[in-house]
Every structure is written in structure tokens, then in C-alpha cells.
Design a protein around this ligand. Structure first.
Ligand code: DX5
Ligand code: ZN
Length: 214
């Protein structure tokens, strides 16, 4: 069992509201909101305005993934009644502990994402404070990339650290997740699967969400 967070980066932006409504009805757990600034990652997606307009149709919470430099500048913008998590990148925060406190001060859960080349040790000293660790299994910036298998071992090790210390953060994986690799990801300790193409490009989106989540 895992929770499923379809990434709307892979939705059809010309009918984003309808796509979001559909995944809510099809049993998704979170709407994964990929925010890219063209500086931290080589792509620009959308900002808080687009996300806020979805408050009219969303019936499940937002899982906001900020792929932006110096994210403290924008935390408040992404706090809405639908926002459950705001996740920042370790690589984008000079004072990560302070940023986590900042997110918590808005009443939202705080996540920290790690790029494929960033080792777990970089977040070791905040593991008792975070609500989520997001393991990137692609280099962030684009949907539809190939899963980097080393992420599996990283999740396994993170889960061991979590168990050994009694931490209660959830583990999310993001990038190249599909109906073939989801079983193994769940077996090593993943709690939330982000899936862009695997949901939005599927012939049967409902079935895709069901397989990922079971
Ligand atoms: C990558 C984004 C991902 C991406 C996932 O930078 O953070 O959330 O949209 O898309 P797929 O599942 O197609 O790899
Ligand atoms: Zn993402």
C-alpha cells in the first residue's frame, strides 16, 4: 500500500481543472504540484496563482514540490486550505533548519527533497523535524524521464534510519515511477509515490492510480 500523488506537470494545461477533478474522483491521495523557476532547474512550470485556481475543483490535498532557489521568498504564497505539504530542496536552502521552521510556522507540513547526487547525510540533522523526505529518482526539471535505480537503495537506507531512530517522516519518491517499478519501491519503504506520465499518459488513469496505490 502507498499513497499516490499524480504530478499535474504531466496534465493537459488546457484543461487542467478537468484533469485535476478526474484524478480526485479516481482515488488519488494528493495533487503533486511541481513548481519550477528556470534557475534551480532548467525549466519553468507555473506558480502559486495556477495552484490557487485549482482550489475550486480539488477535493484532495496539495503536495507542493518547490524546485526553486531560495524558497523562503515564496512559502506563504503556497499556503492554502488545501496545502498539506510544502517541500523544498536541500540544495536550494542555505539555512535548511530555518526554512523548515518557516514552513511549520504557516501551519503546513514540511518536506525536504534530495537530488539523485545528494546523499542522505545532508539531511541527517533535520530528520527529527521534517514531515517528509522526498527522494528524487530523476534529476528534477522535466516529467517523463527514466528512473534512476540507485534511488531504491537510498530509500531502503533512509527507511532503516527512520526505524532505528523512531522518526515519523514519510518517504516520497519522485521521477520515473511507473506500474512496473512501484512494487519494489513500496517494498523498500516508500509511503507516497509521485507519478506524472504513469497517470496522465495512461490509457486508463483510474486503473493506473489503483495499481500504484495497492
Ligand atoms: C520532476 C518532477 C516530477 C515529475 C514526475 O522534476 O518533480 O514530479 O513531474 O514526472 P514523471 O512521473 O513523468 O517522471
Ligand atoms: Zn515533483
Amino acid at each position: 500500500m502507498a499513497k499516490v500523488a499524480p504530478s499535474i506537470l504531466s496534465a493537459d494545461f488546457s484543461k487542467l481543472g478537468a484533469d485535476v477533478q478526474e484524478i480526485c474522483e479516481f482515488g488519488a491521495d494528493y495533487i503533486h504540484v511541481d513548481v519550477m523557476d528556470g534557475a534551480f532547474v532548467p525549466n519553468i512550470s507555473f506558480g502559486a496563482g495556477v495552484m490557487k485556481s485549482l482550489n475550486n475543483v480539488a477535493t484532495i490535498p496539495y503536495d507542493v514540490h518547490l524546485m526553486i532557489e531560495d524558497p523562503d521568498r515564496y512559502i506563504e504564497d503556497f499556503v492554502t486550505p488545501n496545502t498539506e505539504f510544502i517541500t523544498v530542496h536541500q540544495e536550494a536552502c542555505r539555512h535548511l533548519d530555518r526554512t523548515i521552521q518557516h514552513i511549520h510556522s504557516t501551519g503546513v507540513k514540511a518536506g525536504v527533497a534530495l537530488n539523485p547526487a545528494t546523499p542522505i547525510v545532508m539531511v541527517e540533522d533535520v530528520l527529527d523535524k521534517v514531515d517528509m523526505i522526498l527522494i528524487m529518482s530523476v534529476n528534477p526539471g522535466f516529467g517523463g524521464q527514466k528512473f534512476i535505480p540507485r534511488a531504491l537503495d537510498k530509500i531502503r537506507r533512509l527507511d532503516e534510519i527512520r526505524k532505528a531512530n523512531g522518526y515519523d517522516f514519510v518517504i516520497e519518491v519522485d521521477g520515473g515511477v511507473n506500474l512496473q517499478n512501484c512494487e519494489e519501491l513500496k517494498s523498500v519503504g516508500t509511503d507516497i509515490l509521485v507519478a506524472g506520465s504513469a497517470v496522465f499518459k495512461a490509457e486508463d488513469r483510474k486503473e493506473a492510480i489503483a495499481v500504484l496505490g495497492k
